[in-house]
Design a protein around this ligand. Structure first.
Ligand SMILES: Nc1nc2c(ncn2[C@@H]2O[C@H](COP(=O)(O)OP(=O)(O)OP(=O)(O)O)[C@@H](O)[C@H]2O)c(=O)[nH]1
Length: 263
């Protein structure tokens, strides 16, 4: 994936139309490729808020992978907290080192995961953290099934702004959106200014699952997306005798197992 460019949407995938909210981008079912916006490369297909279960039949993603369910996940948080790097780490297993170029508008990437034997496609929207793009990103919230809200553990202001982000999420996202708080850049131990306990406390206050991540080392990156995918899959396909999936408990257990942080 190429680095972010000031003049155009970053990323090597189909360029979404940053100016157009999903509702204006056609209403193709997940995997159909329908609904390209005017005058741009094919846009991300709009996914039904139900989760896009394809009536028992798998759909085919643009990368040629079959999937059973599709969900939209948005990455939000201040500029520079590492949203793009987190996505690139998850999608390509690489870290974008070097000079930082801010995202313009919105970019997206797809990845298909296997969750409990079910193929789940996550369509991941990487939003610009800069204030000037806020009105663009507002338009996307309502279609998101899940939100990953990031702060940077080396940047106190990004942590202090989490409450404002939560207010915005409350205002624009669906009530049942799956939300997780991530404290990124934990590899930068020397520059850390936000303690893990502070992140845990804030998350507890707002009742959201929490973990610390590093897009640089890869710590907990896969876990964050897998946990979201599991929650969405369970909500969408709960079998009659299946115990309820508890995202909080799952995250706590897995984070402990990752050897990173006690919780
Ligand atoms: N040490 C360290 N640096 C990181 C990490 N994640 C991102 N960075 C660096 O932080 C800077 C910003 O990362 P981005 O991913 O572009 O930030 P962003 O949140 O997408 O920023 P906007 O697009 O402006 O919203 C870059 O220089 C990255 O290399 C991480 O986990 N550890």
């Amino acid at each position: 994936m190429s680095r972010k460019k000031a003049a155009r949407s970053k990323g090597g995938g189909a360029a979404p139309s940053a100016a157009l909210p999903p509702a204006a981008q056609g209403s193709g079912r997940a995997g159909t490729g329908a609904g390209a916006p005017r005058g741009s490369a094919p846009a991300a297909p709009e996914l039904p808020r139900s989760g896009g279960a394809a009536a028992g039949r798998p759909s085919l993603s643009s990368s040629g992978e079959f999937y059973d369910l599709a969900f939209k996940v948005m990455l939000v948080g201040d500029s520079g907290v590492g949203k793009t790097c987190l996505l690139v780490r998850f999608k390509d297993g690489a870290f974008l080192a070097g000079s930082f170029i801010s995202t313009v508008g919105i970019d997206f990437r797809n990845k298909v995961l296997t969750v409990d034997g079910v193929k789940v496609k996550l369509q991941i929207w990487d939003t610009a953290g800069q204030e000037r793009f806020r009105s663009v990103t507002h338009a996307y919230y309502r279609d998101a099934h899940a939100l990953l809200l990031l702060y940077d553990v080396t940047n106190k202001a990004s942590f202090d702004n989490i409450q404002a982000w939560l207010t915005e999420i409350h205002e624009y996202a669906q009530q049942d959106v799956v939300l997780m708080l991530l404290g990124n850049k934990v590899d930068s131990a020397q520059d850390r200014v936000v303690k893990r306990e502070d992140g845990e406390k804030l998350a507890k206050e707002y009742g959201v699952p929490f973990m610390e991540t590093s897009a640089k080392s890869g710590l907990n990156v896969e876990l964050a997306f897998t946990a979201i995918a599991k929650e969405l899959k369970h909500r969408s396909m709960k079998l009659p005798n299946e115990p309820k999936f508890k995202l909080h408990d799952y995250v706590k257990k897995e984070v402990r197992g990752s050897g990173c942080c006690r919780s």
